[in-house]
Design a protein around this ligand. Structure first.
Ligand SMILES: Nc1nc2c(c(=O)[nH]1)N[C@@H](CN(C=O)c1ccc(C(=O)N[C@@H](CCC(=O)O)C(=O)O)cc1)CN2
Length: 286
């Protein structure tokens, strides 16, 4: 079987063009969406993601505000920036780039972002709304994966989806979003015995384990759709996912590459959430 390549980069570009058109119309109505990103410390990967977010925000015609703070920033200083942004009418989305330096309390920072501007969808109120199926901001990576599945016509209802990983940002919301679309969902994680026995039952396999090329063809059922959330470096320093792409593409029916699969969708859905927040703030949408 030759797998269909799920082109996150291309699909992301299409959605970004749709967003840019929508922003143009909003600006005409006097409503310019604004995103603020706070970066604490000098983690090089985080700096790259933040730069890409800034670029994408500006390219969509939106306001971008970047707040760079030193690695020694105190919890109170960080919270004070978040509180100021909560009150700023030009800013509709607030994002604090994760991970934060170890001395900072990530949960408290997320709780301090007003849920109305939590375009990452990480605030407990928004997570709760997502779980009970109320409209809210969805965590960008799982939201992007749903968009990829829908735009490539992958049937979700009635399929068995296996999610490897249980992080608050990806694994847990991923399972919930698939469940809401009537998949039968199994969560697997580092303490799951006989992992391959579970993953071989998956029609849709979402892999977010954080280990380079861990999932090879022996974990995958013939014809499964495989979504790779991993972002690792291989022995040559080349970017790779959690899935051994070369082996899994031979058995799957569709697969996301790394780079160019899930990653670009994360930033795309962030723009979508920010536009939605602006429309609510401007009274254009509920
Ligand atoms: N506040 C948040 N922090 C983090 C999030 C998040 O959604 N909100 N997610 C990740 C990192 N992330 C966005 O912040 C992110 C990761 C990867 C990509 C991406 O486009 N990857 C590219 C490759 C990029 C490269 O060459 O290095 C790809 O897969 O093609 C975008 C965003 C953790 N923190």
């Amino acid at each position: 079987m030759v797998a269909q390549l799920i082109d996150g980069k291309g699909i992301g570009q299409t959605i970004k063009a749709e967003i840019a058109e929508e922003v143009k119309e909003l600006v005409k109505q006097g409503c310019k969406p604004g995103l603020a990103v706070i970066l604490v410390g000098d983690d090089p990967a985080s700096a790259t993601y933040v730069k890409n977010k800034e670029k994408a925000t500006l390219a969509a015609g939106m306001t971008s505000r970047l707040i760079r703070l030193s690695a020694e920033t105190t919890q109170e200083e960080l919270l004070s920036h978040v509180r100021q942004l909560n009150e700023d009418n030009d800013i509709h989305g607030i994002l604090v780039q994760l991970p934060l330096p170890k001395h900072l309390d990530e949960d408290e920072v997320i709780r301090t972002i007003t849920p109305d501007k939590d375009v990452d969808g990480f605030h407990p109120i928004n997570v709760g709304k997502m779980v009970i199926g109320q409209p809210t901001y969805l965590s960008c990576t799982p939201y992007g994966i749903i968009e990829l599945l829908e735009r490539t016509n992958v049937e979700i209802a009635g399929r068995h989806a296996v999610v490897i990983g249980r992080s608050n940002i990806v694994g847990k919301p991923m399972g919930q979003l698939l469940l809401q679309r009537d998949a039968t969902v199994t969560y697997c994680h580092s303490r799951t015995p006989n992992l391959a026995e579970m993953t071989k039952q998956a029609d849709i396999l979402v892999v977010a384990v954080g280990r380079a090329k861990m999932i090879d063809a022996s974990y995958v059922k013939e014809g499964a759709v495989v979504i790779d959330v991993g972002m690792n470096r291989d022995e040559q320093g080349k970017l790779c996912g959690d899935v051994d792409f070369d082996s899994v593409k031979e058995v799957s029916s569709a697969i996301t590459p790394v780079p160019g699969g899930v990653g670009p969708m994360t930033i795309t859905m962030l723009l979508k959430n920010t536009v939605h927040s602006a429309k609510r703030a401007c009274g254009i949408e509920q």
